[in-house]
Design a protein around this ligand. Sequence first.
Ligand SMILES: N[C@@H]1[C@@H](O)[C@H](O)[C@@H](COP(=O)(O)O)O[C@@H]1O
Length: 239
Amino acid sequence: MELRGVEDYDAMSVLAAQTVYDKIVNSERLVLGLATGSTPEAMYDHLAEMLNENEVDLSHVYTVNLDEYVGLADDHPQSYHQYMDTLFFSKVNIPKDHTFLPDGSAQDLEAEVERYEQLIASLGGVDLQVLGIGRNGHIGFNEPGTPFDSRTHVVDLTETTVNDNARFFDTVDEVPKQAITMGLETIMNARSILLLVSGDEKEEALECMIDCEVSEELPATILQLHRDVTVIADDEALE
Ligand SMILES: N[C@@H]1[C@@H](O)[C@H](O)[C@@H](COP(=O)(O)O)O[C@@H]1O
């Protein structure tokens, strides 16, 4: 695991964007795993700017997102579909039919998780997976206790996660209580992982991800077992 410390949120975002940019321009074909949440927001901004300034052709890029809330339609303002459209896809020219997220409004959720896992496999797996981390050490929406051999699945969100994400909704009651997420094995199958961590509220989760014994109770500790993880963390998260 390579740990790169940077001064602040913006420095983290620029370095992350540069890392993804380099991978895009140096690949003949690339499957990018993408994350949502507040952490990667500025990375998407910088990345879109770099790609547009240099008029980079993106026809070789495919994207698969980590997760989506259950029960929110694609056009719901707080759905991850909307997040990705607003913050990234609408700003760059990745072909529309190359971008994928789980369908949280699917009637048959079991069929949907199976479809999504198959889709990732049919793309040839993820080359570079961008990740954030929850305060309780979750990655994607894999909450503490999720089996390490999990594939894409439906999860019940913990109270901590529901409360943490309530800031994006009008009231906490509007936060969905379930989500579809790539599983821990799905994430570990990515050839490279880029984990972004910012802010003092993530300090404990980061410290534990690096130093705690690997345990299903602390999902992010599984990353200690991956061969190619780069962590970009800012001073507040590292202090
Ligand atoms: N499902 C997302 C994760 O993918 C994200 O990494 C994490 C941290 O979010 P934030 O970056 O807003 O702190 O929680 C959310 O629940």
